[in-house]
Design a protein around this ligand. Structure first.
Ligand code: NAG
Ligand code: NAG
Ligand code: NAG
Length: 752
């Protein structure tokens, strides 16, 4: 086929004797009658032919010319239409020259080749017979039994290549002669019988023995197969034929068998007729005619590929040859694809029409059912669009079309799980697409290629995670193109994840402000929420709202998130409501009377969040006396006497306490005692007068609020003290003094 093979191939013309057949003006001339060639080489079988230019009044026209190797029924097989030779044979339609060229010769080409031509005259056809025998050898060995010049001896003759020191094997009637010499000559003491046939082979090449020959006469017991090997298409029929002779005896039984079917036989050493084998049921037929048997097998399948042998029996003899028969290879054409380049919408590819009998010869190519014109080679390079369907057939054998090749059809995607997919479950996505050659698959998630790990038709999640939720699709690709599937949505359901809690507005919370707590948690299906304060259920819902938050709303809150798969509680959130200092209370130590020179400790306490700082004042003095919660006067003197108060201040606000009178014991005690006496002795009338006088004085000297700075100090200390202690309406004006103090000590301890 290739020039390299032709150049390296071995071709020998064994008998270069010109043989002219025919009479008168009719004839076919072969330059050589035996040609030996090594496998793979190119062989020419030179041939010329002649015919009379006219017969009677009619000019001669050659209507058909052909080479053949077998007499198949009554039909001459044209090698150009034989699949075994397809694309490998060539002969011109020249009026004189009929030279046959066979390229890339195979062992199965070994045969006798004959040329036949047909003219327009009645019965005006002519076959050049005997033809040219071609021997194709691999490993370069072909043997032939030749009679030696000595009558009691035959010789094994190696045609073509000769091994260095060959060892020979001799067969008599198809059976190995155990005691025979390993030399190329074989003889007996007695002369050869006309009943026996002989064959020889070179040791190590027992599969290529010589044909069986009769040493005496021509009707010895023998079987000669027409072909050593035949290659045919699946679905077609084949004729496997042989010639046989039985030394003139009547044949009682004869049949074809296949050694490969010996397991089906009752006894593996007793061949059984193929006609009784169920594998060939209704598909075999044996055609017998004078010394020739043809096994016809129809509707061939690849499993019919086997060796076939013929067997016969006469009254006194049975042909049970161990020599090889005809090897049948049933092949199917196949389009092989080599991708060249992929473009957006099409692919450039090279296709080869291939059969298991070797590279196919001239081929016909079909695209979408139509033959591609102008393409005849076994390979075809072209442009393929999605949807294009391509097949091939050998020229002249368009009935046996290869299976089509095509780009993947849009892939379909399936999920192993019906319905909801629980987190942690095992899920498999499967991509499938009709494609020839078979497609390879790639998975994508939201356009992210998962190829690195998942270049398969199946995408397997051993334990699916919520993060695996999303849109998936797959792509199917072969050498002819690529298609993507529709998106498939994977939704993984799962119990809520740890909820996150949001306090809005963020930062510090001021009493009276509007505050919202929100709970959110990743869950599928969506979670339901419940808010809790100190483990007490508040309202259901993902938010909890305080229109005006109060001190009492301070505390630990958490939310619970739940769906059908589970529930989870958020981390606690601490709500800390800040407020301005409440009315401070002042306490004095020691309580009771202050002795001159003693030490006095004043303590100011105010409920506040954040904690307040403190400043001390004396009435009518702008300057601060001290800062800090505790104010100590170490050496108390008369001039220290006065009304003291403290201011509690935080960033949320400030507030002054009520006045607190500090005075040295003595005059004041006496005065209080006088007032007490008066109250007892003089009675309520005088007290009323005293109180009216007090009110009048106070109205003149100050504003209504007692803790406001008092600008004048005209009121006698004793009287003021009495008013503080006694007058009922003044007690009413500070009704929550004691209450605040109580609250203060209960709720919040203030410290410096
Ligand atoms: C709330 O309940 C949890 C668990 O039942 C418990 O550990 C915690 O102390 C409780 N908190 C309050 C403030 O009762
Ligand atoms: C007391 O607190 C206020 C507000 O936080 C601040 O402005 C002030 O300086 C503080 N005074 C003292 C003496 O720490
Ligand atoms: C408390 O008293 C001081 C000193 O007289 C004054 O400066 C301040 O404004 C007073 N605070 C309030 C809240 O009235």
């Amino acid at each position: 086929m290739s020039s390299t093979a032709a150049a390296s191939g071995f071709v020998a013309f064994l008998l270069s004797v010109q043989v002219v057949q025919g009479t008168n003006d009719w004839g076919v001339t072969y330059t050589s009658t035996e040609i030996c060639a090594s496998k793979g080489s190119t062989v020419e079988l030179p041939c010329t032919y002649k015919y009379p230019s006219r017969q009677k009044t009619r000019y001669t026209t050659v209507t058909n010319q052909l080479w053949f190797t077998e007499f198949n029924g009554y039909v001459h097989v044209d090698l150009r239409t034989d699949p075994q030779y397809s694309g490998r044979v060539e002969y011109s339609d020249d009026k004189k020259d009929c030279t046959l060229t066979i390229t890339d010769v195979r062992e199965s080409d070994s045969a006798e080749y004959k040329f036949r031509f047909i003219t327009n005259h009645d019965g005006g056809s002519y076959t050049g017979s005997p033809g040219v025998t071609l021997w194709v050898t691999d490993p370069g060995l072909q043997v032939k039994v030749r009679e030696s010049p000595y009558r009691d001896q035959i010789e094994c003759h190696i045609i073509c290549h000769r091994p260095d020191h060959p060892s020979y094997i001799w067969y008599k009637n198809g059976q190995k002669i155990p005691a025979a010499t390993s030399s190329s000559s074989y003889y007996y003491s007695d002369s050869f019988s006309s009943a026996d046939s002989y064959s020889c082979a070179v040791a190590g090449h027992e599969d290529s023995p010589s044909p069986s020959v009769c040493v005496v006469g021509q009707s010895c017991n023998r079987v000669t197969y027409t072909h050593r090997g035949i290659c045919v298409f699946r679905g077609s029929s084949v004729d496997i034929s042989c010639t046989y002779s039985s030394n003139g005896y009547d044949v009682d039984s004869k049949f074809w068998f296949s050694p490969e079917r010996s397991r089906q036989w009752l006894n593996p050493s007793q061949p059984e007729d193929l006609g009784g084998d169920s594998q060939y049921d209704g598909r075999v037929q044996v055609i017998t005619e004078r010394g020739r048997s043809t096994l016809r097998i129809t509707d061939l399948t690849e499993s019919d590929s086997a060796q076939y042998r013929f067997k016969f029996r006469t009254g006194s003899f049975e042909w049970t040859s161990s020599l090889p028969g005809t090897t049948l290879t049933v092949t199917a054409l196949q389009v092989q694809v080599t991708r060249i380049k992929v473009y957006q919408s099409y692919t450039e590819a090279e296709l080869k029409c291939h059969s298991s009998c070797g590279p196919a010869g001239r081929s016909s190519w079909f695209k979408n059912g139509e033959e591609i014109t102008g393409v005849q080679m076994s390979s075809y390079k072209g442009v393929f669009y999605p949807g294009d369907i391509i097949s091939c057939a050998l020229k002249g054998h368009e009935t046996y079309v290869s299976p089509s090749v095509y780009a993947p059809k849009p892939p379909s995607v399936s999920v192993s799980h019906a319905g909801k997919i629980m987190e942690g479950s095992s899920v498999t996505l499967t991509c499938s697409s009709d494609a020839n050659p078979a497609a390879s698959y790639t998975w994508y998630k939201e356009n992210v290629n998962l190829k690195a790990v998942r270049e398969e038709a199946q995408l397997v999640f051993r334990s699916i995670q919520s993060s695996d939720s999303g849109e998936y699709y797959c792509a199917a690709e072969n050498e002819l193109g690529r298609r993507t599937s529709k998106n498939i949505s994977i939704e993984v359901t799962y119990a809520p994840k740890l909820p996150s809690v949001l306090v809005s507005p963020s930062g510090e919370i001021e009493e009276g402000s509007s505050v919202t707590l929100s709970c959110s948690s990743d869950a599928n299906p969506a979670a339901k929420y419940t808010w809790y304060k100190m483990n007490q259920t508040l309202t259901p819902g993902d938010t909890y709202h305080f229109t005006s938050i109060t001190l009492e709303d301070s505390g630990i809150y958490h939310c619970k998130s739940e769906n059908e798969y589970g529930q989870i509680t958020s981390n606690p959130v601490h709500i800390d409501v800040q407020y301005a200092p409440k009315l401070p209370s002042v306490s004095v130590s020691p309580s009771g009377e202050i002795k001159e020179g003693s030490s006095v400790t004043l303590t100011c306490s105010s409920d506040a969040n954040p904690a307040a700082n403190y400043t001390w004042y004396r009435e009518n003095e702008d300057s601060t006396k001290a800062s800090g919660q505790i104010f100590i006067i170490t050496d108390f003197r008369a001039e220290h006497s006065g009304n003291y108060y403290c201011e509690a201040q935080s960033k949320r606000g400030r507030r002054n306490s009520t006045l607190y009178l500090l005075a040295v014991a003595g005059k004041s005690t006496m005065m209080i005692n006088i007032i007490r006496l008066t109250l007892v002795v003089v009675g309520p009338t005088l007290l009323l007068l005293f109180c009216l006088w007090m009110r009048k004085k106070k109205t003149l000297s100050s504003t209504t609020e007692t803790h406001e700075p008092i600008e004048t100090m005209e009121i006698p200390l004793e009287a003021f003290n009495a008013h503080l202690v006694v007058c009922p309406h003044q007690l009413e004006s500070d009704p929550d003094y004691t209450n605040v103090s109580a609250l203060n000590s209960r709720r919040r301890s203030t410290s410096m």
